[in-house]
Ligand binder design. Structure first.
Ligand code: SAM
Ligand code: ZN
Length: 295
C-alpha cells in the first residue's frame, strides 16, 4: 500500500478546529464540547467516545448493527492499512476537476483512508467514515466516525462535500444525499464521483437480483452492500433536494497496477469509443451540484 501524501504545512491535528463543524446525532444541537479524550453534547448531555485519541465516534449502536457486514468487510481486508487504489496521476486528475480553493472547508463522505481528500488544498479537510480501521492508518485530515445517513455535522457548514466511490456502499442513498445537501453552505458544491451503473460490467454485478451478484466469491470481492446508481437517478435526487446541476462528465480511473477487470474495461472503452455513447462506455462519472443561495 502507498503512503498518502500529507501536507506538512497543514497537518490537521488537534480537535479544536473541528468543533465548530460538529453537531450531536442524538439531539441535533451544535453544542459539542471536546476535552481531553471526552466528547459531550451540551444540549442533551450524551457522551461520545474518542477512538485512538483522534476520532470522535458518533456511530449509534443501531447504525453499527446496520453496517455490521460493511464494517466486517473492511476489518477483514484492510485493517490498519491505507486504502488507496488509484495512481497518483488519477488523484491529480480528480483534484483538478474539483477546483478546491485554499479557503474551503471540505467534507468527504465515506472517506476510507482519505486518499483523495488528503490531496485537496483546503483550509479544513474532514472525513466521515464508519470503519475506524481505515482511518487509523492515515493522517492529514480530521477523521470522524459516523454514517452518511445521520451526519454529525451542523447545517450550512461546508463549502464542498463529496462522495467518491462511497455512495454505492450506502444503504439509504436518498437520506445520505439529503444529509450531504443539509451540511453544505448555501452556494456550496456537492460532488459525486461514482462507478457508472450503465457500464456493462457494473450492470452484470450491480443488480442485486443478477446471477453474478449472488455468487459468494463475487460478494466477498466487491463488498456486501454495493448497489450502483445511474447518472439519471442522481440527477433526480439533485432535483428533489433543490440543487442546481453544474457538470456531468463520464470518466475513467487510472491505476498503478491494472487488474484483469480494469484491463477489460480499457479494451472495451478504447475499442468501442467511436461506436458506443459515453454513458455506456465509461466506468465512472463525475457530477457536480450546487446548493442555491436562496434555499
Ligand atoms: C470503496 S470505499 C471508498 C473510500 C474512499 N472514498 C476512496 O475513494 O478511497 C467505500 C467507503 O464507503 C464507506 N461507507 C459504507 N457505508 C457507509 C455509510 N453508511 N456512511 C458513510 N460511509 C460509508 C465504507 O466504509 C468505505 O470506506
Ligand atoms: Zn445532544
Amino acid at each position: 500500500m502507498l503512503e498518502t501524501s500529507v501536507s506538512t504545512s497543514n497537518p490537521q491535528t488537534g480537535l479544536v478546529p473541528l468543533a465548530p463543524y460538529l453537531r450531536c446525532v442524538n439531539c441535533g444541537k451544535s453544542d459539542i464540547q471536546l476535552s481531553a479524550g471526552l466528547i459531550n453534547c451540551g444540549g442533551c448531555g450524551k457522551g461520545f467516545a474518542l477512538r485512538d485519541s483522534r476520532f470522535p465516534d458518533f456511530l449509534s449502536d443501531e447504525d453499527r448493527e446496520k453496517l455490521k457486514k460493511e464494517l466486517a468487510f473492511w476489518e477483514d481486508h484492510f485493517a490498519n492499512t491505507v486504502y488507496q487504489d488509484e495512481s497518483e496521476a488519477s488523484y491529480e486528475r480528480w483534484a483538478t476537476l474539483m477546483q478546491v480553493k485554499e479557503k474551503d472547508a471540505v467534507l468527504e463522505i465515506g472517506c476510507g483512508s482519505g486518499a483523495l481528500l488528503t490531496r485537496l488544498p483546503a483550509k479544513i479537510r474532514v472525513g466521515l467514515e464508519p470503519a475506524a480501521c481505515l482511518l487509523a492508518a492515515t493522517t492529514g485530515f480530521y477523521g470522524v466516525i459516523g454514517s452518511a445517513e445521520n451526519m454529525p455535522f451542523q447545517s450550512d457548514t461546508f463549502d464542498m462535500a463529496f462522495f467518491k466511490h462511497s455512495l454505492h456502499h450506502v444503504q439509504d442513498k436518498a437520506k445520505a444525499f439529503a444529509e450531504a445537501t443539509r451540511v453544505l453552505k448555501k452556494g456550496g458544491r456537492l460532488i459525486v464521483m461514482e462507478p457508472n451503473a450503465q457500464h456493462p460490467q457494473r450492470r452484470l454485478i450491480s443488480n442485486p437480483e443478477s446471477f453474478f451478484r449472488k455468487l459468494t466469491p463475487v460478494v466477498k470481492l466487491i463488498g456486501p452492500v454495493e448497489t450502483f446508481q445511474t447518472v439519471d437517478e442522481l440527477v433526480e435526487l439533485g432535483h428533489e433536494n433543490h440543487l442546481k446541476i453544474e457538470k456531468i462528465l463520464y470518466t475513467e480511473s487510472h491505476y498503478d497496477r491494472v487488474s484483469v477487470r480494469q484491463r477489460l474495461q480499457k479494451i472495451y472503452s478504447r475499442g468501442l469509443r467511436s461506436l458506443v455513447p459515453q454513458k455506456y462506455l465509461m466506468p465512472n462519472y463525475y457530477l457536480q451540484f450546487r446548493k442555491p443561495l436562496d434555499v
